[in-house]
Design a protein around this ligand. Structure first.
Ligand code: ATP
Length: 367
């Protein structure tokens, strides 16, 4: 087991900066997920850690050892790739045994390791099949099995579930979580899927354009995003944003957009008073917007006029797409008993105590 440290790490491809001054400490035994949109630099960060990509600037440590110049095979890591990279001509057993043979382990020892890992992953009945005789889910487990047998200090996984269908992915997600609990080893996992990140990581590092935006627990990222990017990236459907101005009238503070004016409750206004007169971005999550007929008892609602453009019945909730009179679109997740219909003009209820405010220019959360 080992901790991992990125210290002032940057990666340049010619003039293009793929990773920009990354500073990050991953604790021993932690499950850290890198998440962000395509091209944000998460795979490059993982590949630098694995030794598959040179580091342009900075240092990477595994345990106490600076590994910048250590070859991949000596870094005590195992990587599971999106493509699984199984050897097609070898059986499952041979695929799993291969790296142990390279290490010069004895036959009996290899057999014990492979059989025990196969049992742990529920693939012990498949050991003598070739990869082409396996389902996608089984191949994915073999790829994980091949990493486990090496008993590495750090597991690296790059989108290992992206080739699975939605149902299998949910199951495999739980299996990888379980595996992490059983092994207690440091796991570093890359995905572009924020749901995967939220359900797997003990902490999540959100990246955008090569820059680490925030590293936090799933709860903190969701409830206390640092900036507009994180707020919009984490959560599905995404947070709604409105350009707005904070205004004071007779000791009261309001968020004024071109569609509505929302009174901020006095206890919350205390935090934002210093921003009065400034341009801001007002953010509210879909679950904090309610059907006026089904307003939860504990909220402080504000009536906002809108027209219903689409409704999607999800069973346990309805996703409603709405448009303000000034044509700004937003989304609400409302009670499944709601009777909202397409084309209807309605006043939905915004929860006045559940919103986020960001500086319009810096895009940072106002504190
Ligand atoms: P994805 O989810 O699409 O894999 P990512 O966040 O993992 O995206 P990276 O693969 O880390 O992104 O790539 C980051 C940026 O660096 C991208 O703009 C990519 O085009 C660029 N890049 C990656 N590898 C190279 C390379 N070998 N040469 C030039 N540019 C590269």
């Amino acid at each position: 087991m080992a901790s991992v440290v990125f210290e002032d790490v940057s990666k340049k491809f010619a003039d293009f900066i793929a990773v920009n001054d990354l500073n990050l400490t991953i604790d021993d035994g932690e499950f850290l997920v890198f998440v962000g949109p395509s091209g944000c630099g998460k795979t490059t960060s993982l590949r630098m850690l694995a030794g598959l990509e040179d580091i342009s600037q900075g240092s990477i440590y595994i345990g106490d050892k600076r590994v910048n110049d250590v070859p991949p095979k000596d870094r005590d890591i195992a990587m599971v790739f999106q493509s699984y990279a199984l050897y097609p001509h070898m059986s499952v057993y041979e695929n799993m045994a291969f790296s142990l043979e390279l290490q010069g382990k004895r036959k009996g020892e290899i057999k014990t390791h492979v059989e025990s890992a196969a049992k742990q992953l529920g693939i012990d009945h498949l050991l003598y099949r070739k990869p082409k005789e396996l389902s996608g889910g089984q191949r994915q487990r073999v790829a994980v099995g091949r990493a486990i047998v090496r008993n590495p200090a750090v597991f690296l996984m790059d989108e290992p579930l992206s080739n699975l269908d939605a149902k299998l992915r949910v199951q495999a997600r739980a299996e990888i979580n379980k595996l992490h609990n059983e092994l207690g080893t440091t796991f570093i996992y890359v995905t572009h899927d924020q749901v995967e990140a939220m359900t797997m990581g003990s902490r999540i590092a959100v990246m955008n354009h090569g820059v680490l935006q925030q590293i936090d627990t799933p709860e903190k990222l969701y409830n206390y995003p640092n900036n507009v990017f994180v707020a919009g990236f984490i959560g599905s459907p995404a947070m709604n944003f409105f350009e707005a101005k904070l205004i004071s009238k007779e000791d009261n503070l309001y968020v004024k957009t071109d569609s509505f004016e929302l009174h901020i409750p006095p206890d919350k206004a205390l935090f934002y008073q210093h921003y009065s007169g400034e341009e801001v971005i007002f953010g509210i999550r879909p679950e904090n917007i309610h059907d006026p007929d089904y307003i939860p008892p504990d909220i402080r609602p504000a009536s906002i006029k809108a027209t219903v453009s689409v409704t999607e019945m999800m069973g346990n909730e309805i996703i409603v797409y709405l448009t303000t009179p000034s044509n700004h679109e937003f989304i609400a997740r409302v009670d499944p008993r709601s009777r909202m219909t397409v084309g209807q003009s309605i006043s939905v209820a915004f929860d006045r105590s559940q919103f986020h405010l960001f500086d319009k220019h810096s895009q940072q959360t106002i504190t």
